[in-house]
Ligand binder design. Structure first.
Ligand code: DX5
Ligand code: ZN
Length: 341
């Protein structure tokens, strides 16, 4: 799920309550609260009172970004003030032990722990903490001020982190903050970011509500371009309800030859059937021939299985996820699992 976190650093504090309401009605998921101490960054911003008073008004997730020296001094108080996520900078810690200590302190308050890194900090610095945090914040400007230009190589960092996280299947959010606008937000999503902070692009807009809605619209459009492909490998399976539930979110269904017999039992019309069609039931074949199903014949000269062919076809569509469902004994042994790339 892609989340939008408007940063109120660029809001008009004279009408903060109303502006927060405008982003909320526009579909904001979080409110991003930048806390600066004039030491870690050369600027001052907000502290506990603002967060406390906004908390009374808002049901949004409060995403507190600490840009302060010695963050551990303040964890308990930000938790009490109403933070839901507390993110601190790896550069504000003396060593790895301190990072672990602060993560534990945040978790002990029952809040989510985020770890941020500046554009001039190597991504590898935070790898060891990935299994322990709920979110990593990649700064795409030097922290301290809103309205700065986006640092383009932050996208490489996000891509690298996304790979690092998805490979072993860690569950954590990747947030990006700084210089994100209408023009570059798609690139940010494409790089694997799923929590997007935007300050001046939203609060500097003449219609804050419309700007928020527009960004959420871009998120929705982007989601639609990402497809989950489900492949039915050969095989029988008793657990039809479970499979029926899984395929509900599929954007595209490929059956491997006899896998189509199985799809037919679920009442599904696949988008494509691959194989030499020797194990495809004649009635099922006839039924699917009158539907809009693509039949991709197994290239006999190539020494590959129909499942390999199906995976090949699926990869050509650049999905964000391929899920292979298979029963007993088929060719599932080649490729069992979920592919993410
Ligand atoms: C910068 C802050 C950001 C800032 C982003 O140090 O951490 O959250 O508000 O503002 P824009 O989107 O204007 O760069
Ligand atoms: Zn921030």
């Amino acid at each position: 799920m892609i989340k939008l976190a408007p940063s109120i650093l660029s809001a008009d504090y004279n009408s903060l309550g109303m502006q927060l309401e405008a982003v909320t009605k526009g579909g904001a998921d979080y409110v991003h609260l930048d806390v600066m101490d004039g030491h870690f960054v050369p600027n001052l911003s907000m502290g506990f009172p603002i967060i406390q008073s906004l908390r009374k008004q808002s049901g949004l997730v409060f995403d507190v970004h600490l840009m302060v020296e010695n963050p551990k001094e303040f964890i308990a108080r930000f938790a009490q003030a109403g933070a839901d996520i507390i993110t601190f900078h790896v550069e504000s810690c003396a060593d790895a032990d301190e990072v672990y200590e602060i993560i534990s302190m945040i978790k002990a308050t029952g809040k989510k722990a985020g770890l941020a890194l500046r554009p001039d900090t190597a991504l590898a610095t935070i790898f060891e903490f990935v299994p322990h945090v709920d979110m990593v914040l990649i700064m795409s400007v030097m922290p301290g001020f809103g309205g700065q230009d986006f640092i383009a190589n932050s996208l490489d960092k996000a891509r690298e982190l996304r790979e690092y996280v998805d490979g072993p299947g860690y569950k954590l959010d990747i947030q990006m903050d700084g210089g994100i606008n209408f023009a570059n937000v798609r690139d940010v999503l494409e790089a694997g970011v799923n929590v997007v902070v935007m300050g001046s692009a939203i609060f500097g807009h003449s219609n804050i509500h419309a700007a928020t809605k527009k960004i959420k619209g871009i998120f929705n459009e982007y989601r639609k371009t990402k497809t989950k492909i489900v492949i039915f490998a050969n095989g029988e399976e008793d657990n039809l309800d479970f499979f029926a539930q899984i395929v509900q979110s599929a954007g595209y269904i490929i059956c491997c030859d006899g896998g189509a017999n199985f799809a037919a039992k679920l009442g599904l019309v696949p988008n494509m059937i691959v194989g030499d069609f020797d194990s495809l039931d004649t009635c099922v074949k006839a039924m699917y021939e009158i539907e809009d199903v693509t039949f991709a014949k197994f290239p006999v000269e190539k020494n590959i299985t129909d499942l390999e062919l199906a995976v090949d076809m699926a990869l050509k569509k650049s999905p964000d996820e391929i899920l292979i469902l298979g029963g007993y004994g088929g060719r599932i042994d080649h490729f069992l699992g979920i592919f993410k790339h």
